[in-house]
Design a protein. Structure first.
Length: 306
């Protein structure tokens, strides 16, 4: 043990968890080369290879898996203990890592960032946008953001915002040329802008009215994985687009976009911040949870103001 310090083990756990030297180096605040050298030195002192590396991937050896299984939880306990000690200080500090889907970042989290960091200048905030579901504990996040139906039962959940809804929109020029659908199935006769997720899935468009749920898979004139492209395309008259209303609210208000099938797009609960149940959450996370509570109170007061 005298040949190692906590930085060696922390570096190993970061690389083993992310399976990526670049991401681990960013987390550690060091260069990729220095991190790689630290791991090589560690393997030499142990006399065993912990990882197999290629230019594209990192895979743990049997020895690496064994070490991660024993050291990973211990390093997590050390981090929690240090966070508790830091929590004794008057000013919350440290890094706060949050994983969230892009719409929740754009429409809910983004407006909070500057006010939160202004209130807590010693906190380093990292928000990672990711549509796929991740194990936030295994991936090294303090908290995640998801919608209610995807929350694990053993997590503490805090509402981040008011209810949201989807909207189906097209440019006023497109509607003038091709007409507007009166029911979801009418979209099958229109050009549409669809989204393909990183997993490769392209989800059906789901609608609900008076307890009746209808799913359609309209023809894709354009498939976009980048939201900015889809937003530009709908304004340019490519076709209809199903998206969060928050992305197109101003376009609808200005008259550039036409919203259809509004009675088939009921509101649903907004996203939730979720995190593992702990007796003593890290100070930065506790500060953010308290900030969200105050933010939501102000939102509710504003919504009641005539």
């Amino acid at each position: 043990m005298k040949d190692f310090d906590l930085r060696d083990l922390d570096a190993f756990v970061a690389v083993a968890r992310t399976r990526n030297f670049r991401r681990a180096a960013i987390e550690q605040g060091v260069s990729v080369s220095s991190l790689s050298q630290r791991l090589r030195d560690m393997e030499e002192r142990l006399g065993v290879r912990l990882m197999n590396r290629t230019t594209r991937s990192v895979a743990l050896t049997e020895a690496g898996e064994l070490l991660l299984g024993r050291v990973g939880p211990a390093m997590s306990d050390v981090g929690a203990a240090l966070d508790q000690v830091r929590g004794l200080r008057a000013v919350p500090s440290g890094r706060l890592r949050i994983n969230a889907p892009p719409p929740a970042i754009d429409l809910v989290l983004a407006p909070m960032v500057a006010p939160f960091l202004e209130k807590h200048p010693k906190i380093e905030l990292e928000i990672v946008g990711e549509s796929s579901f991740v194990d936030i504990v295994a991936a090294g996040f303090d908290a995640g953001v998801r919608y209610g139906e995807h929350l694990a039962q053993d997590m503490i959940a805090v509402s981040l915002g008011a209810p949201q809804r989807y909207a189906v929109v097209a440019s006023k020029e497109y509607v003038a040329r091709h007409g507007r659908p009166n029911a979801p199935k009418d979209l099958l006769d229109h050009a549409c802008i669809r989204t393909r997720f990183g997993s490769g899935a392209m989800l059906d468009w789901e609608f609900e009215k008076a307890g009746r749920v209808v799913k359609v898979s309209p023809p894709a004139k354009l498939i976009a994985t980048y939201l900015g492209l889809a937003l530009r395309a709908v304004h340019d008259g490519v076709g209809f687009w199903l998206t969060f209303e928050g992305y197109v609210r101003y376009g609808i208000k200005s008259g550039a976009l036409v919203s259809v099938l509004d009675d088939w797009c009921p509101p649903f609960p907004g996203p939730f911040l979720y995190y593992p149940s702990r007796r003593q959450p890290p100070p930065a996370l506790a500060a953010f949870v308290a900030f969200v509570a105050e933010w939501r109170k102000r939102e509710r007061r504003r919504s009641k103001t005539p």
